[in-house]
Design a protein around this ligand. Structure first.
Ligand SMILES: [Zn+2]
Length: 82
């Protein structure tokens, strides 16, 4: 968690916070350096958020996707209970 907090904390200091939570980057599109590598998960050069066009490193992108997946799972569980 410290890793992600560091990134997001740094970002907030450098520019005006547009998004209220780290969970706002819902759709992260992977990008590749070359066309030949497209589709190869191991060759992903980074991620771009579809809604705000923010770029992320592969590590940050994967971390955000994991957080989003966890949140989604929690919401699904909550929905099933109520
Ligand atoms: Zn975003």
């Amino acid at each position: 968690m410290g890793f992600l907090n560091k990134i997001l904390g740094k970002k907030e200091r450098n520019e005006a916070p547009i998004l209220p939570a780290p969970y706002s980057h819902v759709v992260l599109l992977p990008r590749w350096e070359s066309v030949e590598e497209m589709g190869n998960e191991e060759k992903i050069a980074g991620y771009t958020c579809e809604s705000c066009q923010e770029s992320f490193s592969p590590e940050a992108g994967r971390e955000l996707q994991k957080l989003e997946a966890d949140r989604f799972r929690r919401e699904m569980t909550r929905g099933a209970e109520s």
